[in-house]
Design a protein around this ligand. Structure first.
Ligand code: SF4
Length: 450
């Protein structure tokens, strides 16, 4: 056997600074690149000054994100000088190079190999596997107790307001065995909540005809329902929350509702409906645009009354009439959704919807958004009030002597509300607590440890 090599302590590893912008899918890309950097012996620097080179993972979805990303690249260039750009903005033509010609390399999203090739070129490093160890769960940018689990890249749809498919390509599902292995490693490392993400989680496996893969020697179909069952089984004796994001209301989504009713996965569905008018949904080319969404939500709630439905909507889509906007408000009133986000239509460069006539004036878009939010805030306040007096299971995110902040099954991190817990005993981040709800407001709950 070859003798173990020892690298002198004085040989400092080259340091890479990292700026991560954008959505949870971009965050997972960042985690993959950081994991690979650490696996190859690079150190990660918290400051521009200490870094030998900086990687900026960008977002290019809406104009505000493009500006934020270009500013971040400019700052990294000014503070450090050696910058590699990756992410969605990198896939948007030449905008990065035209604005910042000094960047060393530009790649699109989910391009770990290309980013690493650029790092190798501009900051070569000799790897010593005996000392450059990384944990099996990889490097995570989220707190220790929850993690995003990306199950696919890209998207087969062509929604007219979206340019993600042109940046990330068609749907490519990750092998189910790989996804399960990653999930298992995360759970072993202390993760108590898995947030399943992709562009279209309900389409998982479509590209490979729901191929049967293997996990722990057992056959497992590459399909959302089967994956949800398998993920739900990972917790063992300790509770594990599995939360599904970006699910479209296809008929087969009905299959996961009984799993929620049985407590196998969280009773939570993030379904981006985007609108309620059939004409607008068609103009948007939304997946499952002909489904009867109201009927579907009602059936889901009959099977699983504790189900939380989160959604996002766009107001002011080109051609949206007053009547169609009213139809959207009527839908909100009837659907009584729990968590809702609203955006005014933003003409993203390259999106097909920009070619549609009748753009809605900016002031009218804002007015509709305000009316939409007013309606939903009233609904949300009333729905949260119904929880006062109940005792809920809460996953603690942070604890200080002033109290803890956690989330119930109805609250995804960053996008939903929280539960403020009075400090009756010390709680740890990542701990589950039973909390008696004593008060509510528009978005959040308050309570005491039961
Ligand atoms: S489903 Fe539509 S909005 Fe979502 S990524 Fe695909 S094209 Fe974009």
């Amino acid at each position: 056997m070859a003798p173990e090599r020892a690298r002198p302590k004085s040989t400092a590893a080259p340091k890479v600074g990292f700026v991560s912008l954008g959505c949870p899918k971009a965050l997972v890309d960042s985690e993959r690149i950081l994991t690979q950097l650490r696996a190859e012996g690079y150190a990660v620097s918290a400051t521009y000054k200490d870094a030998d080179l900086v990687v900026v993972n960008t977002c290019g979805f809406i104009d505000a994100a493009v500006t934020e990303s270009l500013d971040a690249i400019g700052e990294a260039l000014a503070e450090n000088g050696k910058v590699i750009v990756t992410g969605c903005l990198g896939a948007k033509g030449n905008i990065v190079r035209e604005t910042h010609p000094r960047v060393l390399a530009v790649t699109g999203p989910h391009a770990t190999d290309e980013v690493m090739a650029a790092v190798h070129q501009h900051l070569p490093q000799s790897h010593d596997p005996h000392i450059d160890l990384i944990p099996p769960q990889g490097i995570k940018l989220t707190p220790r107790h929850y993690a995003y689990l990306k199950i696919a890249e890209g998207c087969n749809h062509r929604c007219t307001f979206c340019i993600i498919p042109s940046m990330r390509g068609d749907l490519v599902s990750r092998p189910v065995g790989d996804v399960m292995q990653e999930a298992e490693n995360l759970v072993k490392a202390g993760v108590r909540e898995l947030l399943v993400i992709s562009q279209d989680t309900s389409a998982y496996g479509v590209d490979i005809k729901y191929r049967t893969g293997f996990w722990n020697g057992r056959p497992l179909k590459t399909r959302m329902t089967e994956l949800a069952v398998a993920l739900g089984s990972l917790g063992g004796s300790a509770p594990l929350w599995v939360r599904l994001h970006y699910v479209y209301p296809y008929p087969h989504v009905d299959e996961v509702i009984p799993l929620m009713a049985d407590g196998k996965i969280l009773p939570y569905l993030d379904v981006p409906f985007q609108h309620a008018s059939p004409r607008i949904l068609k103009a948007m080319k939304r997946p499952a645009n002909s489904e009867n969404n109201l009927g579907r939500i009602q059936r889901w709630r009959q099977i699983c009354p504790e189900l939380t439905v989160r959604s996002t909507f766009i107001v002011g889509f080109p051609g949206e009439t007053d009547a169609e906007f009213e139809q959207l408000l009527d839908f909100l009133e009837e659907a009584q959704l729990d968590r809702v986000g609203c955006f005014t239509y933003s003409p993203v460069d390259g999106a097909k919807a920009n070619e549609l006539a009748e753009q809605v004036p900016a002031a009218l878009k804002e007015e509709r958004k305000a009316r939409f939010m007013e309606t939903q805030q009233r609904i949300s306040t009333a729905r949260l009030k119904q929880k006062v007096g109940q005792t809920l299971t809460v996953l603690v995110d942070t604890y200080t002597t002033k109290g803890a902040i956690g989330r119930s099954t109805a609250d995804a991190p960053e996008i939903d509300g929280v539960v403020h817990i009075k400090p009756s005993r010390s709680l740890k981040a990542g701990e589950f607590a039973r909390v008696k709800i004593t008060a509510s407001d528009t978005h959040d709950l308050r309570g005491v440890v039961a």
